[in-house]
Design a protein around this ligand. Structure first.
Ligand code: NAP
Length: 284
């Protein structure tokens, strides 16, 4: 078997085209969707990501401002910035970029993002609301996995899914989104005994770990669908996932590529969330 390549590019383009249309309509009616990215780091990878989000936002008709508080910012300054933004009706989305300065807790800081502006589901209350079945923006990456599975026509109800990784930004929210789709979900992590046995029992395997090549054909049952969330760098600096694509392709039915899989859909959904927040504000 050679797995179908579950590219995210076409789906991302669809989501972005729809968001661009809506952003143009909103702007014509006087509301320019606006995103603010708050950073407090001199990390190069982070700077690259923020500049790519800004470019993508502006292409979609979203105004995007980066507020760099500097790598020496403390918890009080970061919290005060987010509290000020929370009161600003002209701002529809806020992203708090990580890493934060040493000793500053990301969830504690993210709890200062207003829920209506929390377009990447970073506020712990957003995750709580999702689990409780209340409204919140889900983290864009977790939402992207569900959108890709649906885009390729997989009916999730009744399917077994193994999510490898239990972070609050990806693994946990994704497990809940899969549950909401009536999948039967197992969450695996670094203390899981016999990972291949756990993942081989699943029809959908999602790798959200951050370890190059962790998932091999040994972890995948024939005909399973494999979603690679991982973003790692290989020895040559190339972007690679958590899945050893060469071996997994020989057993899986479908596999998302890295790059070009979950990543572009995540960015597109983040921008769509900003536009949705602006629409809600405009209508109120
Ligand atoms: P994280 O906070 O470091 O969490 C990693 C998770 O993997 C933890 O739950 C950890 O288990 C688990 N893990 C570590 N080693 C393992 C092993 N050998 N076997 C099984 N589980 C293991 O990372 P994250 O923020 O969730 O991100 C995960 C990956 O997704 C990273 O590569 C990140 O760059 C990528 N990512 C991609 C996107 C995108 O848009 N494509 C967005 C966000 C993140 P413990 O809990 O036991 O430590």
């Amino acid at each position: 078997m050679t797995a179908e390549v579950l590219s995210g590019k076409e789906l991302a383009a669809e989501i972005r085209a729809e968001a661009t249309d809506k952003a143009q309509r909103l702007a014509a009616e006087g509301t320019v969707p606006t995103l603010v990215v708050v950073t407090a780091t001199d990390d190069e990878g982070s700077a690259w990501y923020v500049s790519s989000i800004k470019k993508a936002a502006e292409k979609t008709g979203i105004a995007c401002e980066v507020r760099d508080l500097g790598q020496d910012a403390d918890r009080k300054q970061i919290a005060a910035e987010l509290d000020t933004l929370a009161k600003d009706g002209t701002v529809h989305g806020v992203i708090l970029q990580t890493p934060l300065p040493k000793g500053v807790s990301a969830p504690e800081m993210a709890s200062h993002i207003a829920l209506r502006q929390d377009v990447d589901g970073a506020n712990p209350l957003s995750l709580g609301n999702l689990v409780a079945g209340l409204w919140a923006f889900p983290p864009a990456t977790a939402a992207a996995v569900i959108r890709i599975l649906k885009h390729y026509g997989f009916r999730l109800e009744g399917m077994t899914a193994a999510v490898v990784g239990r972070s609050t930004v990806v693994g946990k929210p994704l497990a809940h989104l899969l549950l909401d789709e009536n999948a039967t979900v197992t969450i695996a992590h670094s203390r899981t005994l016999d990972l291949p046995k756990v993942t081989r029992a699943a029809q959908i395997v999602v790798a959200a770990v951050g370890r190059t090549g962790l998932i091999t054909s040994e972890h995948v049952s024939p005909g399973a669908i494999v979603i690679d969330v991982g973003t790692n760098q290989d020895a040559d600096g190339n972007l690679v996932g958590d899945v050893d694509a060469v071996s997994v392709k020989t057993v899986a039915k479908g596999l998302t590529p890295v790059p070009g899989g979950v990543g572009p859909v995540t960015t597109a959904l983040l921008l769509a969330h900003v536009v949705k927040s602006a629409e809600a504000h405009h209508a109120s």
